[in-house]
Write a protein of this length. Structure first.
Length: 365
């Protein structure tokens, strides 16, 4: 009889613990914030990938499988998502993908920085397009995409992406993986193409996947492993704008090599504080002359030149502050750019500049 009582007590304790755990898990699930977002894939131009299995996990699942990313728009650019809706953010990535340029497969099963992602989505940012199209009023918006980038060497970078702003969540690392032939044999014809040598070659030769000029530029060169980690190096710098005639800057949009992007406008443009940023890939500028005529400028940097300039400026002092100076000429038809730190100046003469008159200063999305 005593043994029966002990057994019943143990069962009751087990049921109590189980119920308590279930309640805690349920409470945790109910307390997780939800946002409206979609998953998305990305890769560097010239290094296409396709996800074979898996996706983003957490309190829910966003599949990345059976998806090709060409990367034709560049590192950190969005593609097409499938599961847009209100849901919790992911806390883990678990997937297998094919790297066509490397002719190999990678696997990753890793926690991601959930807390940072939630913070980014909660804080949001000022909606620049609403500000310029809504009589200078403010409206807060937030990110709507969890973007997963796959680079050679198994590098995985995750960003929070929204209209006019992209912020890195974290960098992760996959390992090379061999899908068993017995598993491949069971796949349908479509899935089996991922592991077909002829199809992989066709992908690499497809100009809709890799533009001809990119393929020719990469021909005979080794894959630049580590480059996408180099892109993540941050420096303390700010842009400075000099108008040779009376007028005012309206905005600038910075697109950086690490995939991040941001708008500067209104108070943030006026305050223009130094900030740790990656090296810029391009700038879009908007300004008005004293008569109110609007102008726009597209500034595209030469990668090697601007990286060399930053390395030269920061080679003796890694924490120094520098200014990227944009000088707009008297006729508002050209911009010169130089990187400056104290008395040290480096002219970026290979920068491509396109200036145009603008009837209104509406912003990109």
């Amino acid at each position: 009889m005593k043994n029966i009582k002990i057994h019943l007590y143990a069962v009751l304790m087990l049921l109590t613990l189980t119920s308590s755990c279930q309640n805690k898990n349920q409470d945790k699930k109910m307390n997780e914030p939800e946002f409206e977002w979609v998953e998305n894939l990305n890769c560097p131009t010239g290094y296409p990938i396709a996800v074979y299995r898996g996706g983003l996990e957490g309190n829910g699942f966003a599949s990345l499988s059976d998806r090709l990313s060409t990367g034709i728009r560049g590192w950190g650019s969005s593609g097409n998502g499938l599961s847009y809706g209100v849901k919790p953010l992911p806390s883990r990535i678990n997937c297998i993908w094919v790297s066509y340029a490397e002719n190999c497969t990678y696997s990753i099963d890793s926690d991601i920085d959930y807390e940072k992602m939630v913070q980014l989505f909660k804080e949001g940012y000022q909606d620049s397009s609403f500000f310029f199209n809504g009589d200078g009023e403010y409206k807060k918006t937030t990110f709507d995409t969890v973007l997963v980038g796959f680079a050679p060497g198994g590098v995985v970078v995750i960003w929070a992406l929204g209209a006019g702003k992209t912020a890195e969540v974290g960098r992760y690392k996959g390992e090379k993986y061999t899908v068993p032939q017995s598993e491949i044999n069971k796949l349908d014809n479509h899935e089996r193409l991922l592991f077909d040598a002829t199809d992989r070659k066709n992908i690499m030769n497809n100009t809709k996947v890799i533009p001809l000029e990119v393929r020719e530029a990469n021909a005979g060169k080794p894959i630049p492993y580590g480059l996408w980690d180099t892109y993540r190096t941050r420096y303390s710098w700010r842009p400075i704008f000099i108008l040779r005639t009376e007028g005012e800057m309206a905005m600038s949009y910075i697109d950086m090599f690490n995939g991040e992007a941001e708008y500067l406008f209104d108070e943030e443009l006026i305050e223009n504080n130094f900030k740790k940023r990656s090296i810029p890939k391009s700038f879009d500028l908007g300004w008005r002359d004293k008569k109110g005529q609007g102008y726009g400028g597209d500034i595209l940097f030469d990668e090697q030149e601007i990286f060399n300039a930053f390395q030269e400026i920061y080679k003796e002092d890694k924490v120094t502050e520098a200014e990227l100076q944009f000088s707009i000429n008297y006729t508002n038809d050209y911009v010169t750019v130089l990187l400056k730190q104290g008395e040290k100046e480096i002219r970026l003469s290979k920068t491509k500049v396109n200036i145009y008159k603008s009837s209104s200063l509406t912003l990109k999305k």
